[in-house]
Design a protein. Sequence first.
Length: 208
Amino acid sequence: MSAAHEEREEWFDAEPPYRWPIPPPGGWTADDLDRIPGLPSHTELLDGSLVFVSPQTRFHSRALRLLERALWGQAPDNLDVLSRMTVKLDTRNRPEPDVMVFPETANTGPDQTWYEATDILLAVEVVAADTLERDREVKPRKYAAAGVPHFWRVEQDGDQGLPVVYVYELDPATKAYALTGIFHDRLKVTVPFEIDVDLTAINRRPGS
């Protein structure tokens, strides 16, 4: 065991359970996120810094629910869909997409808390007022650099309170996302699989 690793282990052993988290020597890593005592739910790690979330708006919660259910219902049997699970992009970045699609083979057990970036087929972020810059700039750049092939950004239409979905696909030559469509009222795409979502159903119960 290296001296640096021993120093980190000693820091975790000595850390009191109830205090504002102070980074250990060298800063936080992706593996630390499951070990830091007392973290709020849905804490993310970006560039070695902890990111805490604000209370959800109704739009955010319902847009997330609409898209998760639609993707879950339409995904092929070999793919799985989950909301708000972290993805380990590298040692200093472990964001939490609002919804993500990945192969069933990436599931390792009921106590799993994160997925590998190489397993993520689609990452979806629903933009909130306090996450605007992260969801429009920081996270897409990091997902693209990690090779996530598809990314959706979901924003609220200010006039009607309905979701607008910006669909991006990774250009493997540049490792950057290219916008392939902006969808109002209805989202219909053929990649990463056939998906058809009535975006106006955000406030309707299923089957109504």
